[in-house]
Design a protein around this ligand. Structure first.
Ligand SMILES: Nc1nc2c(c(=O)[nH]1)N[C@H]1C(S)=C(S)[C@@H](COP(=O)(O)O)O[C@H]1N2
Ligand SMILES: [Mo]
Length: 561
């Protein structure tokens, strides 16, 4: 079978539009190769050096507070997935443009990819724990991306003679005369192509070669990217964590009376203890720090008379370990929100530890540093005086999950997490609020973050319709360190009615509340408010989470049918 061979002066196959679309695709594939190779190198030098992760981390750091608050509100636990997807979309759009630009001008295309690599390299090296080696994934990735871009763009702009020769050869036609008069022209055209300058209007398109090269690029991106991800698992510490055995605390948590957890009887009510897998998570880490237990070291610095260092074994082998039930709360929690959870923690009493290092009276802030560079400034006074403040390494009977700060974090009852609950804690510097701002206070969140008394309706679910008649209204209320004395519920414009509370176990633990109610058919509003054991009645005044935590009553609308 003989296909007609195109003549050298035929119009370029595919036309300008098709060529531009393929160039955009070339850009996308080149970016995929760049990201794939970068992931592979990151698999060798460290997952945190991956440009996708490093850029994502940098975006989090640079994002203005209101946007961050919006992201936590909107995506909740999935805020980081949303960020990674968003970053990939931006990269993709950028890559499409780089491809099109690269078709017109190779040099500019290469520059586009180099810039992309530069952003990754800068993000990786400026991480708090970043080092020179961390630029490698971005630099080598960008290099591979440029090569891929050139290889992919070449078939989109081959000299007419070359295209013809190929097409002819494919069609089984005669090879062109190597000595023909077009030879010199071809060389010049090729040179122009490689140098990325000149006008290729007359150039033809070698679709077959383009798609072959595309296939190779796609394969390379998949293999390097997938391989990189696998290699990055080397940094995983699940095995080390599983092999750890928690020590037995000398002081156990208060015993729970029978029937302590009302969730056993009330559908939809939050359990007294939150499973580790269900526990809310708020942090700025896209790739969580992975600290090997054997390599863990806690450093004490600053205003101490005799600062010491601790290995994990040092902490585990102490004879003053405590076990306590404490409800943790995030300052970003909206009225009625889910950024609160309760766990049984095991750890070292914080005051004792600070005192054995000779904490000086002039310190009013503990600048807690996480392995990933995050700083959390906790008030020294609370660390010394709040009963049950601890350096925790056990959570609900297991070593801390990696996402929740493995191997050691701080927990101070009564303070929001952003000023107390430093995860992946590696350094405590005794200092002052005047001397240094921690991460969140630098971003204008309040320097001290006492948890505001709060109550939440868990069931019935808002805006749901349910059969008229008797059903439980239930939820949780918390006022850590002070405790909850009572919870009142109001339906429509009725009177406040006191709910039944779960047994008082510890002031740092939230309390469940339940109020059975006969709902007549129709639309109803339900409102809840709590009173603390110190007499404080939860205020009706609404404030936003920024800068010191939300306040106001939780109120929902339901329909009984
Ligand atoms: N290293 C580190 N620790 C951190 C944070 C963080 O971003 N990085 N976030 C804090 C905030 S704002 C809260 S509310 C708690 C949340 O702890 P959790 O994720 O275990 O629920 O961790 C705190 N500790
Ligand atoms: Mo938080």
């Amino acid at each position: 079978m003989q296909a007609p061979a195109p003549t050298p002066d035929a119009p370029p196959a595919g036309g300008a539009r098709g060529r531009t679309a393929l160039a955009a695709l070339a850009g996308l594939l080149a970016a995929a190769v760049a990201v794939g190779v970068a992931e592979l190198i990151a698999g060798l030098v460290g997952a945190a050096a991956s440009p996708v992760i490093a850029v994502g981390d940098a975006v989090i750091t640079l994002t203005p507070e209101p946007v961050k608050a919006f992201a936590i509100r909107t995506f909740g636990e999935n805020d980081k997935i949303a960020l990674v997807v968003g970053t990939l979309v931006i990269i993709a759009v950028y890559a499409l443009v780089v491809g099109v630009v690269g078709l017109r001008n190779r040099g500019l295309g290469a520059l586009g990819i180099a810039l992309f690599g530069l952003v990754g390299a800068v993000a990786a090296i400026t991480r708090p724990a970043g080092g020179l080696l961390d630029v490698l994934p971005s630099v080598l990735g960008a290099g591979a991306g440029v090569l891929a871009l050139f290889a992919l763009l070449a078939p989109l702009a081959v000299a007419p003679g070359v295209a013809t020769a190929r097409a002819t050869a494919r069609a089984g036609g005669p090879a062109p005369d190597r000595g023909d008069t077009h030879a010199d022209e071809r060389v010049v055209e090729r040179l122009r192509e490689v140098l990325g300058s000149g006008d290729r209007k007359g150039a033809a398109l070698d679709r077959r070669r383009f798609f072959l090269t595309s296939g190779v690029a796609l394969g390379a991106a998949a293999v390097t990217g997938g391989g990189g991800r696998l290699l990055q698992r080397r940094f995983d510490i699940a095995g080390d964590r599983a092999a750890l055995e928690l020590p037995t605390p000398s002081s156990r948590a208060a015993a729970l009376p029978a029937g302590a957890d009302l969730a056993a009887e009330v559908d939809g009510l939050t359990p007294l203890f939150t499973d580790n897998g269900e526990f809310y998570r708020v942090d700025t880490a896209i790739s969580v720090p992975r600290i090997r237990p054997a390599e863990y070291r806690l450093e004490m610095a600053g205003m101490f008379d005799s600062p010491r260092g601790y290995s994990l074994t040092d902490l585990f082998e102490r004879d003053d370990l405590i076990e306590r039930d404490i409800t943790l709360t995030c300052v970003s929690n909206e009225v009625g929100g889910g950024l609160a959870g309760t766990a049984r923690w095991i750890g070292v009493p914080l005051a004792t530890l600070l005192e054995e290092n000779g904490i000086r009276s002039g310190s009013d802030q503990l600048l807690c540093r996480s392995e990933d560079g995050m700083t959390i400034g906790a008030p020294t006074r609370s660390a010394l005086q709040v009963e049950d403040a601890m350096l925790a390494f056990g959570m609900n009977g297991e070593p801390l999950p990696v996402e929740h700060g493995f191997p050691v974090r701080m927990v101070i009852p009564g303070l929001y997490g952003y000023v107390s609950a430093c995860k992946w804690l590696v350094r405590i510097e005794a200092t002052t609020f005047d001397a240094v701002d921690a991460y969140w206070t630098e971003r204008d969140w309040a320097a001290e973050g006492p948890i505001k008394i709060a109550s939440r309706i868990d069931t019935p679910a808002p805006l749901r319709e349910f059969p008229a008649g008797r059903r439980a209204i239930a939820g949780v209320a918390w006022a850590q360190t002070r405790g909850i004395a009572s919870v009142e519920v109001r339906v429509d414009e009725g009177d406040w009615t006191e709910a039944e509370l779960s047994p008082a176990v510890d002031a740092d633990l939230w309390r469940q509340w339940v109020l059975p109610y006969d709902f007549p058919a129709g639309r109803h509003s339900i409102t809840v408010r709590a009173t603390g054991a110190d007499g404080e009645v939860q205020t009706d005044e609404r404030t936003a989470p920024f800068p010191a935590g939300s306040s106001g009553w939780h109120s929902i609308q339901v329909v009984a049918g």
